[in-house]
Structures are given as structure tokens and as C-alpha cells.
Design a protein around this ligand. Structure first.
Ligand code: EPU
Length: 419
């Protein structure tokens, strides 16, 4: 299993290009199951998660060709069963249920297993399918949904932790081929949901309200093939903004949507960094003294939970006392114990982390526990004195395209080593 070794203390500068969004690409690839015609998806990031999705589509009977960021899918004849072996590696595989239900009027998909970032139920997805007229059974670790026909309905998808991103995607994908009008209240507003809606609209779906809390979907008889460019990954962009802040003297990100990362750039500005915007570029550079922050994770456009761990790394070396409250996945703090091994001073009180900035972090062997936690450890390693070795790098490969190469391009001393 590979490790990432970082010799900390090198200043980062220069520019890198942000890849296509993982969390857009996954449901959009799943949406290609909704038509028998060919779909071409461009700027699909080269990640293990997108590879898993390609494998799932192929297992379901689709013909898939992948070449340098372009994925062509023709799902002419498909079956609707995705067993545990095929879906277990990735929680996001649940987003094939909606398109399978829409197209085949049935789906049997194994339930994904546990997840270190907390309990991740899919009750809201299932509630949405039921509202469209599907029967739902959960037996022997599989979820089975079936309906002679799907009928539009008014569905509220807001749960106790707010809206659900993949739940909104799933119910939207099931409803585009339902009879009549579906209204999804409490919909997720994330840019990835908007990207999926835009792709579905290109396929012939009738969807209004993407990017707001209410989606109105008028069912159509069938969808056709379409081409689509995936939006830039706002979490990869946020991660590199924090890299630029924690260890940079001037780092520029290219091909980024500034609006999608506004909560992160606002946080960095409040912390004391200089942020410059130019069309689809953002630069971050030091600007004198930094100040501690108070942040709460919220659904979009609030501060993303997927940036909480990285921010925790930055605030660990920011003078003063910072406070982070995690409102989406209250237990998403696996990185804290590892950051502490590097000298960070963080106390957890339920969903809140109280971070007392230290002068210096120290390199240490640390263990990645999930995707964003791993990114936080790499960021901490860039700043730390000495050598940091992050093991279980496969977590990083799930969601960051060539993270080590991009950081090396910016001047980091970072290498991938075989353990
Ligand atoms: N929730 C329920 N019931 C449901 C679904 C969700 O109670 O049926 C709860 C969750 O437990 C959580 C909250 O609702 O407390 C929000 O979860 P959501 O459903 O929005 O998460 P998701 O759609 O499964 C996506 C991203 C995650 C990201 C979250 C929140 C993808 C593939 N995954 O997950 O990304 O953290 O939205 O923004 O889009 C990552 O990329 O590292 C990652 C974990």
C-alpha cells in the first residue's frame, strides 16, 4: 500500500489546474443509465471513485469507453441488479438506484457499508422513491425498489441534518421519467446538483429550480444522449487554497468557479490571507498577521463539511483560539487524533473542535482515515517541521486527481512511496 512522504517547510508558489468535480461526475455518470443512446462526459477526473462508477455501469450492461478525461457510455440494454461485490467500495454507488428505478422501474442495489465520517442513512432517498409510487424493501443487505409505474408527487427531502445531496440527485433522476409533475421541497442546492440537473436537461428532462430549495420536474416519456463538461471540483480548489494559505507565498488556481468556493475564500480572507480573483482563476497569498476563526459547516452556500478537516489543519497553526462546529456529519473528526500526533492542540466537544494555534507542527507517521481527513494530514505535513508519512493513501486517490504531482508542481517536497 502506497504512502505519501512530505518533507515539510517548503514554500509553495506557482499555479495548478483544478480537475473536474468528483461529486458531479459520479451522479452524472449514473444518469447515463437513463437513456439507451450514447452520452459523452468530459473532464471526468481520473480517480478510483470514478473508476468504480465506470465498473458499476459496465456491470449493469452499459458499454463504457474511457480516454483521457472523456467517458462515453451507451446503456442500450441494462439490467437492474448491482450486488455487494460491485458497490461495496463506494458509498456514492447508491446514486444508481434513482436512474435504474426511472428507466427499468426496478432496482436491486446492495446497501453500502459503514463509513468513518458517521452514520450515513439513505432513508430520505427511499422516502422519495416511495412518494413516487415505488415499493421499497430492505432485505439481506440489499435495497430493492420497484414500481409498475412512477407518478409525480410532492416530496420533502429535508432531514434532521438538512438537505441531502445524493438523495436529491437520486429522487430527481427517478422522477424525470415519472408520469406527471414532481416537486422536491428541501432540495440540496449544491453546485453538483445543479450540474446534474443541467446534464439531465440536455438529455431532454424538464427541470426547473436547480440551485434553489424547490425543484419542479415534469416527467417526460424518454431521454436521449447528450454531451457534458463536468464543473471544476470546488473541494479540490478549496483544498489547494488552504495549501496556498498554510505553506504558500502566492499560489494560483486555474479553471475554478469563484462563486462555488466563496465560503472558503471568505474564511481565508477573514483569517488574514489575500485572495485575488480573475475570471476563472483565484490566487491566495500571505498578507501579514493571521487571525483565528469561528466556522460552522452548513449546506451550500455555507462552509462545506468537505473542507472542515483541511481548515482544521490550517487553524492548528493559526495564532489564537479557533472554533469549528460540524453540523452535517457531527462525528467527522477522525483527522483530529492524527493532527494531535503532529503537535496540534485540538479539543473536541461533541460536534465542536476548539483549536489552539501552535507555533509549529512536527512531522510524524500518520494514518489517513477518509478522503478529506487524508487531505488535511497532507496539508499539515506541508507546514510541519521534518518528515510526515501519510499511510492508506488509497483514501486520497478516491477523490484527488494527482494530488502529489500537483503539490510537487507548486514546489512541495512530496513523494509517493511503496510501503
Ligand atoms: N442524511 C440522512 N438521510 C439520508 C441521507 C442523508 O439523514 O437519507 C443525512 C446525512 O447523514 C448527513 C446529511 O443528511 O448528516 C447530509 O448528507 P448527504 O446526503 O447530503 O450526503 P451525501 O449526499 O451522501 C454528499 C457528498 C459528500 C458530502 C455530503 C455533504 C457525494 C458523492 N458525496 O454525500 O462528499 O460530504 O454530500 O455535502 O456527492 C466527500 O466528497 O468527501 C464526501 C463525503
Amino acid at each position: 500500500m502506497d504512502k505519501i512522504r512530505i518533507h515539510g517547510g517548503h514554500e509553495l508558489s506557482g499555479s495548478i489546474k483544478i480537475s473536474g468535480s468528483k461529486n458531479s461526475a459520479l451522479p452524472i455518470l449514473a444518469a447515463t443509465l437513463l437513456t439507451r443512446e450514447e452520452c459523452c462526459i468530459r473532464r471526468v477526473p481520473d480517480l478510483s471513485d470514478t473508476n468504480y462508477m465506470v465498473q458499476i455501469l459496465a456491470h449493469l450492461g452499459a458499454h463504457v469507453e474511457r480516454a483521457s478525461g472523456n467517458v462515453a457510455v451507451t446503456a442500450e440494454k441494462i439490467n437492474s441488479v448491482a450486488p455487494y461485490d460491485v458497490v461495496r467500495r463506494m458509498r456514492a454507488s447508491v446514486c444508481v438506484i434513482g436512474p435504474l428505478l426511472g428507466r427499468c422501474k426496478e432496482a436491486t442495489v446492495s446497501l453500502p457499508g459503514g463509513c468513518v465520517i458517521g452514520d450515513r442513512p439513505i432513508d430520505l432517498h427511499l422516502k422519495g422513491f416511495e412518494a413516487l409510487g415505488a415499493a421499497v424493501r430492505v432485505e439481506n443487505g440489499d435495497v430493492r425498489v420497484f414500481a409498475p409505474k412512477l407518478t409525480g408527487a410532492i416530496i420533502n427531502l429535508r432531514g434532521k441534518f438538512g438537505p441531502t445531496v445524493l438523495g436529491t440527485d437520486n429522487v430527481m433522476m427517478a422522477s424525470v421519467l415519472a408520469e406527471g409533475t414532481t416537486v422536491i421541497e428541501g432540495a440540496a442546492q449544491e453546485p453538483e446538483v445543479v450540474d446534474l440537473a443541467n446534464f439531465l436537461i440536455k438529455m431532454g428532462a424538464k427541470i426547473e429550480g436547480a440551485g434553489t430549495r424547490r425543484l419542479i420536474i415534469e416527467g417526460v416519456k424518454e431521454l436521449h444522449g447528450a454531451e457534458h463538461d463536468i464543473i471544476p471540483d470546488r473541494i479540490e480548489a478549496g483544498t489547494f487554497l488552504v495549501a496556498g494559505a498554510i505553506a504558500g507565498k502566492g499560489v494560483t488556481l486555474k479553471r475554478v468557479d469563484p462563486e462555488h468556493v466563496q465560503s472558503v475564500t471568505n474564511a481565508l480572507t477573514s483569517c488574514g490571507y489575500k485572495i485575488d480573483f480573475r475570471a476563472d482563476e483565484i490566487s491566495v497569498s500571505p498578507n501579514g498577521a493571521t487571525t483565528p476563526l469561528e466556522i460552522s459547516t452548513e449546506p451550500y452556500p455555507g462552509f462545506p463539511t468537505d473542507m472542515q478537516a483541511q481548515m482544521c489543519a490550517l487553524l492548528s497553526t493559526t495564532d489564537g483560539i479557533s472554533v469549528i462546529t460540524e453540523n452535517i456529519f457531527p462525528q467527522r473528526y477522525m483527522h483530529v487524533a492524527e493532527l494531535k500526533r503532529m503537535g496540534a492542540n485540538v479539543d473536541l466537544e461533541g460536534p465542536t473542535a476548539v483549536i489552539k494555534g501552535v507555533d509549529q507542527l512536527h512531522g510524524a507517521p500518520v494514518m489517513a482515515s477518509d478522503l478529506r481527513a487524508s487531505a488535511a494530514l497532507v496539508l499539515a505535513g506541508l507546514k510541519a517541521e521534518g518528515v510526515t508519512e501519510v499511510s492508506r493513501v488509497y483514501h486520497i486517490d478516491r477523490g484527488y486527481e494527482h494530488l502529489d504531482e500537483k503539490l510537487r508542481d507548486l514546489g512541495a517536497e512530496i513523494e509517493r512511496v511503496q510501503a
